[in-house]
Design a protein. Structure first.
Length: 125
């Protein structure tokens, strides 16, 4: 027994009412405009990130640089009775751990200028 149509075939689409067709076309235009704006925003964000990574110079007010081949000399006054327990270098920052009778202190020092950037006191409770 053969049938003209398979039971899974969809019926042929009937033409839409002209009013419904206008609404459908309007919705397609709105969707296209929305997608275009979203893609433009995505491209703008990628362009801004790329610009910051590749073309922007670091801020010279926060970054000190040494002249290549020169020696940087700096002195740092350590409090009386304190001893340096540990040092650590990361980029142009030096972390110094000091131990004294009151506890431990962490100092962050700029390696280029020798200035103390921050002091953190660690005390036992």
């Amino acid at each position: 027994m053969t049938q003209d149509r398979n039971r899974f075939d969809l019926p042929d689409d009937e033409p839409l009412d002209p009013a419904v067709e206008r609404v459908r076309q309007k919705m397609q235009r709105v969707q296209l405009v929305s997608l275009s704006i979203m893609m433009l925003g995505f491209v703008a964000v990628l362009a801004a990130i790329s610009y910051r990574i590749w073309f922007q110079e670091p801020d010279s007010s926060t970054t000190a640089t040494a002249v290549p081949g020169s020696t940087v000399e700096a002195s740092l006054a350590v409090p009386d009775g304190a001893r340096i327990v540990e040092t650590s270098l990361s980029g142009d920052r030096i972390l110094i751990r000091l131990a004294n009778g009151n506890g431990t202190a962490l100092w962050v020092v700029d390696a280029i200028s020798g200035q103390v950037i921050s002091k953190i006191a660690l005390q036992a409770d």
